[in-house]
Design a protein around this ligand. Structure first.
Ligand SMILES: Nc1nc2c(c(=O)[nH]1)N[C@H]1C(S)=C(S)[C@@H](COP(=O)(O)O)O[C@H]1N2
Ligand SMILES: [Mo]
Length: 199
C-alpha cells in the first residue's frame, strides 16, 4: 500500500521533492523589468549592521572583487528546477570581509528595483555558494533575468534570488519581504519544502 503520492525517482537525488526539471529558463517576477539609460549611474548600497557601509557602481563591483563562477541547480517554488546553471559574480563572503558585518547582524534584506524585497538569515546570505551575479554563462544578465545584478542563493527557493538588486541591508530582526508578507516562507529551503508559512 502506498501512502501519499507515488513519485518518479529523482535523478541522483538532485531534485527536491515535488519539483520537475526544465531545460528552458522561465522568467518570473512581480512588476516591471527595469531599463537603464546610463548604467554608470547604477549603484548598490550595502548598509545596516556593518562597520563600513558601502556604495558600489557596477564597475567597482567587477573590479574591486574577485570574479567567482559557480554552477548550481536552482529550484522555483512554482515547481520547476533547472540543473547546472552557471553564474559569474561576487561572492557574498568577499563583500562581507570589506564591510565588516557586526555581530548584531542576524538577517539580510535584499532590496530590488520598485521596492521589491526578500529576507534571509545571515547564514544563508553568507553561505559558500551565495553569489551576487552579474553574468550568466559568461554573458551579462539579460534584462528579464536581472541585469545588471541579481542574487543567486541556490540552496533556497529561487524567489529569494532577487533580480535587479540595489540594496543589501543587514538587520537584527527578520523582516518579511515582498512574497514573505504574502505567505511565502521566511526560510524557503526546497529540501524541506518550506514553500509557505501558515498563520
Ligand atoms: N526583483 C525581483 N526579483 C525576483 C522576483 C521579483 O518579483 N522581483 N521574483 C523571484 C522569483 S519568484 C523567481 S522564481 C525568480 C525567477 O528568476 P528568473 O526570472 O531569472 O527565472 O526571481 C526572483 N527574483
Ligand atoms: Mo518563483
Amino acid at each position: 500500500m502506498y501512502f501519499g503520492k507515488v513519485r518518479k525517482n529523482n535523478k541522483n537525488d538532485r531534485v527536491p521533492p515535488n519539483q520537475n526539471v526544465t531545460t528552458t529558463f522561465p522568467v518570473l517576477h512581480h512588476g516591471n523589468v527595469p531599463y537603464y539609460d546610463d548604467i554608470t549611474k547604477w549603484n548598490i548600497q550595502i548598509y545596516g549592521q556593518v562597520e563600513s557601509p558601502k556604495l558600489y557602481t557596477l564597475n567597482e563591483l567587477k573590479t574591486l572583487f574577485p570574479k567567482t563562477e559557480y554552477t548550481n541547480d536552482i529550484h522555483c517554488v512554482t515547481g520547476w528546477s533547472k540543473l547546472d546553471t552557471t553564474w559569474q559574480g561576487v561572492k557574498t563572503t568577499d563583500i562581507a570581509k570589506v564591510i565588516k558585518v557586526k555581530p548584531t547582524a542576524k538577517y539580510v534584506i535584499i532590496q530590488a528595483e520598485e521596492g521589491w524585497t526578500t529576507n534571509l538569515a545571515i547564514e544563508d546570505f553568507l553561505k559558500e555558494t551565495s553569489l551576487l551575479a552579474y553574468a550568466y554563462d559568461d554573458k551579462p544578465l539579460t534584462p528579464e533575468h536581472g541585469y545588471p545584478l541579481r542574487a543567486v542563493f541556490p540552496h533556497l527557493y529561487f524567489w529569494k534570488s532577487a533580480k535587479w538588486v540595489r540594496g543589501i541591508q543587514f538587520t537584527e530582526r527578520n523582516h518579511p519581504g515582498f512574497w514573505e508578507q504574502n505567505g511565502y516562507h521566511m526560510n524557503g529551503d526546497p529540501w524541506r519544502e518550506e514553500r509557505f508559512s501558515f498563520d
